[in-house]
Design a protein around this ligand. Structure first.
Ligand code: PLP
Length: 461
């Protein structure tokens, strides 16, 4: 069995986004986004959005991620739990510690020098996020805790204002619980009706059915761009177009799409686009609600408190404009700054190149996994991101997960916070390896070998 540790330096993997397959090695000329250690941070270079035709140098990329050198149960760590959370490059780790070493303060620019540094770093991260999403205005970017909080914000503040008895919200069967439960809650609170667009047996969203559900009473369509449980990529642009044609607002859950495909919120046209930093090599506890200018203007504040007000008397409060209106209290300043660095890191590698390489990993793994006796892949949609849910005859998903863990391989085994879609596919749980741009086909081989031995009765019980 080859291990990643021995094989990477000898046979690094390189990938051309444009050429459709592994090709040649080119010197990695990425900008170093990490700040100088030991001095005040240098301003970060602008986000790089063009990728040209440089190769993704996976060996070099891997060396950016310190945790990939870990050993688990005596084996090199293989991190295939990327849909749950991604690992962090050194640039992000260093940026957060540099913030605490040189800039830490609350963000009241005028107070003193460190307040100015912290405010600049935080607002710089907001501008980086704006550019990453191609949002028109920096005011359209609201920092929140993550996707879950962003959706709850929209449900509770936009929803309470705009939803009434008999109004309709349309979601899809693919959704993560984070894009189901807040809509159930607001429906109960307002008397709105929740409708669900179906999928076919392979996990493709049935857009014609979705369109049939959207009508004059539909106030909101909320849909994922990539399913975390099946990997299905939906046609988010068409979903937006359908919603808008019927006068509804549209929220796109980008938690799983953000690390795997270029996002341009202007081209997408969504009223709200939400994602979590930790899914895109950024820190946990920080995420983004993008809102189109008129959508945010039409959304009342969610929480009240400091930072979000213009003036307060004991009788009333005047609110600031977006984004401050939605950022009550002291936010997660350091992790917002870390998110900015993460987005620069990804933009610098090139999101198209990342997408192509991850597709290569999925295309490599899928037929080989399917060929193992007793394996059934759950979710075989036409368009998939690098999520490979499966079940193995005669073995509970948890048992498979434990057998893989014993070999240093981290996958998720369970319902992935998406019970409705798994039940639609006829299962309660799956094993879910999910690949990122720092994974390799060598790692996939190690994983396949364990599953194969388990299937043949050669591993565990
Ligand atoms: N939506 C999707 C599609 C997800 O995959 C996830 C997390 O797995 C979420 C929402 C919730 O994200 P978070 O837990 O970061 O708020």
């Amino acid at each position: 069995m080859t291990t990643p540790e021995t094989s990477f330096p000898a046979t690094p993997e390189f990938y051309f986004a444009d050429a459709g397959g592994p090709m040649f090695y080119f010197l990695d000329d990425r900008l170093d986004a990490s700040p100088a250690i030991g001095g005040p941070p240098t301003p970060e270079p602008p986000v790089v959005t063009t990728t040209g035709d440089r190769a993704l140098d996976v060996a070099s990329v891997r060396s950016d991620f310190p945790i990939l050198g870990e050993r688990v149960n005596g084996r090199p760590l293989i991190w295939f739990d990327n849909a749950a959370t991604t690992q962090k490059p050194r640039a992000v780790i260093d940026r957060i510690s540099s913030f605490y070493e040189h800039e830490n303060s609350n963000i009241h620019r005028a107070a003193h020098e460190l307040a100015a540094r912290a405010t600049d770093a935080y607002e710089d991260a907001r501008e980086t996020t704006r550019r990453f999403l191609n949002a028109p205005r920096v005011e359209d970017i609201v920092f929140v805790r993550g996707t879950t909080e962003a959706i709850n914000l929209v449900a509770q503040s936009w929803g309470r204002k705009h939803l009434g008895e008999g109004d309709e919200i349309v979601i899809t069967h693919l959704e993560h619980h984070a894009n189901i439960v807040p809509w159930q809650q607001i429906s109960r609170q307002t008397g709105a009706v929740l409708k669900v667009a179906p999928v076919d047996d392979r996990g493709n969203l049935l857009l014609d059915e979705l369109e049939r559900l959207v009508g004059p009473r539909t106030k909101l369509v909320a849909a994922t761009q990539v399913s975390n449980a099946l990997g299905t990529v939906t046609d988010a642009k068409r979903i937006v177009e359908i919603g808008h044609r019927h006068g509804a607002r549209v929220l796109i859950d980008g938690a799983q799409s953000i690390p795997h495909m270029p996002i341009d919120v202007v081209d997408l046209g969504a009223d709200f686009f939400v994602f979590s930093g930790h899914k895109i090599v950024g820190p946990t506890g920080i995420g983004v609600l993008y809102g189109a200018q008129d959508a945010l203007a039409d959304t009342p504040p969610w929480q009240g408190g400091g930072n979000m007000i213009a003036d307060v008397t004991l009788e009333r409060a005047l609110y600031q404009d977006p984004p401050n209106k939605f950022e009550a209290g002291t936010g997660n300043i350091a992790d917002a700054v870390g998110l900015g660095t993460a987005l620069r890191y990804v933009a610098d590698l090139g999101i198209e190149r990342i997408a192509a390489y991850e597709h290569h990993l999925l295309d490599y793994a899928t037929p080989r996994l399917s060929a193992i006796p007793g394996v059934r892949i759950i979710g075989t949609a036409d368009e998939k991101a690098s999520v490979l849910s499966f079940v193995l005859d005669g073995h509970e998903p948890l048992e498979v997960g434990k057998a893989l863990n014993a070999e240093g391989i981290a996958v998720r085994a369970g319902h992935h916070c998406a019970q409705p879609i798994l039940r639609r596919m006829g299962v309660e749980q799956t094993v879910r390896p999910s690949f990122a741009f720092y994974n390799t086909t060598d790692e996939i081989d190690v994983f396949l070998d364990v599953v194969d031995r388990l299937a043949r009765g050669g591993v565990g019980g």
